[in-house]
Design a protein around this ligand. Structure first.
Ligand code: HEM
Length: 553
């Protein structure tokens, strides 16, 4: 009886809430009325399924061609959503004032629950305070000091591949190896620890949780509850009660998610405790082995030295460990995998980089930081691959207040007139199309979608410099820009160049029998076309089998 009353109450509440969400749209003027846009295929989910579809490559290119840098679409229950890649608009969103646009409420909440109060889940003054302590920790000076660690891990990868080749292996899942090498480099360079991730017989639980997390979070069964229910229930009762509810709910994948979160949290806690002399994050002594500096040690020391008002609490420090490790893993592994893929597509360029790297390696010693970062062809290939195949093609922000987004030029409105700015109501979702900006032909020319590393070997066209793209990296949006830009992009660049230079000096990569295709799973990821191999979730397995042989064979 009690159960049926509760269900009735829940159904009534849900119906009332949906009705209110729909009706209020009819009574409020639509600030995006002038902006042309898509007709949604579904009233409930709007155009979200099209925009976030894993095969939406052509969709994004064709929308960019049809509308230029901005168009309107619909989210859940008719909510207006702005899709934007106009560079002036992006500059405004990313850099004008950090508090005008934040992550969406639901993502901020979900990330806070999963990662704790790290950079991805804090907003406003708390985020600003955290970046103030953390920015210097990720400076070029700190990253430069990590070159030997990065090379150590790359050498171990290379030895492992060589050993297996000598035992007769010729095909390797390079996505798996890239994830392993990135996790291990992060472990040693950033966390001052090891996960033994290059041991191919082990599957470190931290790696499994971190790499599967986005896949599970984006299961359709979680999207509605995350958007519609989580905000209302996340603060009900004490934490133990919410945990008990999660434990007793007969929902298999929720338990999978719970176990991932537990693994991430417990591993980060262990790492933090092992580094601190005590458990009190404010007063703890920071212990390191006096050897090579790692970022966590530097961060803990910087935190101890920070003023009382800027200091991060233990839960914030814990949140940073999980956030950084998560932020580093799938993105960098995607970029490395795409680089290998693109060099299999272009074996002549692969050969030229091998030559460049081998020349720089003369004397057999690892390449010094400045020389490595500025190897011209390797640099051009890395930049072009990020531009054309942006690992994180879309991010979503939300306006916090009424504002007006300026545009780089007038656009044609739905009624044939033009508009040069867009008024935005609070809580409007903005799809920030990083990839579309990187591939915009108005900026990069008619061949914008072609992979041409040589464009970086000569001065960039005026259209690129004049666009004043707000990205922190090389006139592109791949690492975003402004106060919320990727904090680890210099580390990612070092890691990518170390691993690529070493691998290419020793191995030749080519496609095997199986065709590789790429999916937009939030982060771009490879898999085999028409393969029926499934992963633990019953989904097509993410993988990139490549043929690998020794250069000196
Ligand atoms: C190829 C590699 C990478 C790519 C393409 C990438 C891309 C991005 C992008 C686009 C953002 C902005 C996300 C948003 O605002 O929603 C971001 C944020 C972030 N990234 Fe990266 N990232 C990469 C590697 C790394 C690495 C190696 C680390 C850590 C060592 C890292 C840590 C973070 C963190 C902590 C944030 C949140 C920054 C903040 O909000 O203040 N990322 N990254």
């Amino acid at each position: 009886m009690l159960q049926s009353n509760s269900l009735q109450a829940l159904a009534t509440f849900t119906l009332a809430w949906v009705t209110w969400r729909v009706l209020r749209r009819f009574f409020r003027p639509d600030p995006l009325a002038d902006v042309p846009g898509l007709k949604p295929p579904s009233w409930i989910a709007g155009s979200l399924a099209e925009i976030f579809h894993s095969d939406a490559w052509d969709f994004h290119d064709s929308m960019s061609e049809k509308y230029g840098g901005v168009f309107k679409c619909q989210g859940f229950f008719g909510a207006p959503v702005l899709y934007v890649h106009d560079p002036t608009a992006l500059r405004y969103i990313a850099t004008k004032d950090q508090s005008l646009f934040e992550g969406t409420d639901d993502m901020i909440l979900a990330q806070k629950i999963v990662f704790g109060p790290g950079l991805l889940s804090t907003i406003g003054s708390v985020h600003r305070k955290q970046r103030k302590v953390m920015n210097p920790v990720f400076s070029t000076t700190q990253v430069r000091a990590l070159r030997p660690v990065s090379y150590d891990v790359a050498h171990e990868l290379s030895e492992s591949l060589s050993r297996q080749i000598s035992q007769g292996m010729s095909t390797f899942d390079m996505l798996d190896w890239m994830e392993r090498v990135v996790l291990e480099t992060t472990a040693r360079g950033i966390l001052g620890s090891t996960f033994d991730a290059l041991n191919e017989t082990l599957n470190p639980p931290y790696l499994v949780s971190l790499k599967n997390f986005i896949r599970v979070m984006t299961f359709s069964e979680f999207i509605f509850p995350r958007l519609l229910i989580l905000p209302y229930i996340c603060n009900i009762g004490p934490a133990w009660l919410r945990r008990w509810l999660v434990d007793v709910l007969p929902w298999k994948n929720l338990h999978v998610l719970r176990d991932m979160v537990d693994t991430m949290h417990n591993t980060s806690l262990e790492l933090l405790r092992s580094r601190q002399g005590g458990v009190d994050g404010h007063k703890a002594r920071v212990s390191d082995d006096g050897g090579r500096p790692d970022i966590l040690t530097v961060l803990l020391k910087a935190n101890l030295a920070a003023s009382e008002e800027d200091k991060m609490s233990e839960s914030e420090l814990l949140g940073q460990i999980t956030t950084i490790t998560f932020g580093a893993l799938s993105t960098t592994a995607s970029a490395l995998s795409r680089l290998l893929w693109v060099l299999c597509e272009n074996p002549d360029v692969q050969e030229k980089i091998r030559q460049e790297v081998s020349d720089a390696l003369k004397g057999g010693r690892d390449i010094e930081y400045d020389a490595l970062i500025s190897l011209p062809l390797l640099d051009a290939v890395v930049k072009e691959t990020f531009r054309v195949y942006t690992p994180l093609p879309l991010i979503v922000k939300q306006s916090t207040t009424d504002t007006v987004i300026p545009l780089s030029k007038p656009y044609l409105s739905a009624d044939g007139s033009t508009f040069s700015e867009i008024p935005i109501a609070p809580k409007t979702y903005i799809v920030v199309a990083l990839s579309a900006c990187n591939r915009d032909s108005a900026i990069w020319g008619d061949d914008a979608r072609e992979w041409k590393p040589e464009r970086w070997l000569k001065p960039l066209p005026d259209t690129v410099t004049n666009a004043k793209i707000p990205g922190v990296y090389s006139n592109q949006m791949s690492f975003y820009g402004g106060p919320k830009a990727c904090i680890g992009y210099k580390f990612a660049e070092l890691e990518i160049k170390t691993i690529m230079s070493l691998l290419l000096s020793k191995f030749r990569f080519s496609f095997g029998q199986k065709q590789i295709i790429w999916k937009m799973n939030g982060i771009n990821q490879p898999m085999v076309a028409a393969d029926d191999e499934l992963d633990d979730f019953g989904l097509p397995r993410l993988q990139m089998p490549l043929h690998v042989s020794l250069v000196n064979d």
